[in-house]
Write a protein of this length. Structure first.
Length: 61
């Protein structure tokens, strides 16, 4: 298990040596070092987006 929590997001830009990531469902960006990034497979991305959509649907959004 990695020493940090796994988080899924969309790359928004770069500031200095860090990459700014925003959660797929929106929210506050966070910074990460490029060496700690891993691209999702198409299946992983679809699964994450579907989970967000289902959560929004349950919440009436």
């Amino acid at each position: 298990m990695p020493p940090f929590p796994l988080r899924i997001g969309v790359v928004m830009g770069e500031v200095g040596a860090r990459v700014q990531i925003r959660p797929i469902g929106g929210g506050v960006e966070w910074d990460v070092m490029p060496d700690n990034l891993v691209a999702l497979t198409a299946r992983e991305e679809l699964s994450a987006r579907l989970a967000i959509r289902n959560g929004n649907s349950r919440d009436g959004l």
